[in-house]
Write a protein that binds this ligand. Sequence first.
Ligand SMILES: Nc1nc2c(c(=O)[nH]1)N[C@H]1C(S)=C(S)[C@@H](COP(=O)(O)OP(=O)(O)OC[C@H]3O[C@@H](n4cnc5c(N)ncnc54)[C@H](O)[C@@H]3O)O[C@H]1N2
Ligand code: MOO
Length: 407
Amino acid sequence: MSLLSVEEAQDRLLNATAPIDRREPLALGEADGRVLAADIKARLTQPPFDASAMDGYALRAADAPEPGASLKVIGTSAAGHGFAGTVGPGETVRIFTGAPVPKGADAILIQEDAEKLDDHAIRTTFPVMAGRHIRPRGQDFAEGETVLSAGTRLDFSRLMLVAAMNHPTVEVFARPRVAILATGDELVPPGTTPGPHQIIGSSTFGIAALARQAGAEVIDLGIVPDDRAEITAAVEKAKTAQVDVLVTLGGASVGDHDLVQSTLLAAGMRLDFWRIAMRPGKPLMVGDLHGMRVLGLPGNPVSSMVCGLLFLEPLLARLTGRPSSARLASARTTTALAPNDKRQDYLRARLSRNAEGELLVESYGKQDSSMMKIFANSDCLIIRPPHAPEHPAGAETPVLLLRALDF
Ligand SMILES: Nc1nc2c(c(=O)[nH]1)N[C@H]1C(S)=C(S)[C@@H](COP(=O)(O)OP(=O)(O)OC[C@H]3O[C@@H](n4cnc5c(N)ncnc54)[C@H](O)[C@@H]3O)O[C@H]1N2
Ligand code: MOO
């Protein structure tokens, strides 16, 4: 059977997935990272009045086109406490940043450009133009204006804006619910003592972190042995918990103890596809069961994570109605890379910069998909397309970033 390409598999997965439309109201303080389910209109105009952008003096520009004008100080306008009167010819009002510009005034002179003659008079030392240092009412947004659209992911800048529009709560899409089930007689949880021939089940923690970063709510179904009844019981738990995505770890290949696919098929799963032309991650399986998308990830921890990055993360982005995160970049290889075979390769690699600031990438020699230390020390994965010829040292290659660059 020929293997599906990564791109074809991603398309098939995403094209068959619609964004979830469950919604919930949330207090703004809880809404970081969530996706708006409705457009947001401003409930008021910002700024609500013409406001001073500087500490200084509000005046009539016509009174002081040239330096040397003397003006009488008739009052004060502070943020939160405006001046009730009107600025007439030859008059000025002491004003502070954020304070309303008093009636009659049409410009602000910054205090550095004012010479104080006494407590009630100043002389200008700089020409004043109408409108100078005034933030006009509504300069930011106007009441009734649609400022943010449904589908926008909330972050620091948008939360600040929603608050400024006077909304204490927002309507957001519910987070996708992801259940993670680790399978294998050999697995025990971290902090326990493995028996003979056992190892620690670690992949759940990587996949859970990735899913949470992609906006999901995670339900850890724990570890079950290679046993059909136990796998079936765990799948029932996922169904009862009404998850959107069931991720299984391990048991995805062709060995006698790889029971996940046959057990899920017996439980009613519709198999979409299985086995991808990629390394690591070949045994990836995708299907549907009881309304859940099923992602069967291969057991080798690095294979699980690479499949998580390439399939789970975009799936969760689709479910929340937003584009996938931008992990693709380009870097120059420090060494030549061997010609590739028919599987798209994802090589663990480290990034650095040369004196010109260009990104350089160096792959690790040994790429066994059980080696988590090398994966954790990697900054990116070099992408080697199927049948790529030898890649010369110094040429650009696409890379998949594992985390944001901080150098
Ligand atoms: N004859 C073949 N054998 C294998 C093939 C193949 O095509 N033909 N594919 C290989 C590839 S590629 C991979 S990847 C693995 C994946 O197999 P499974 O999904 O069945 O994974 P397991 O056998 O259950 O486990 C593999 C390995 O990973 C360890 N593991 C499993 N789960 C976890 C976990 N949650 N945390 C940490 N480590 C885990 C497990 O102990 C095994 O060492 O199959 C190849 N074989
Ligand atoms: O593809 Mo497996 O995922 O090589 O280890």
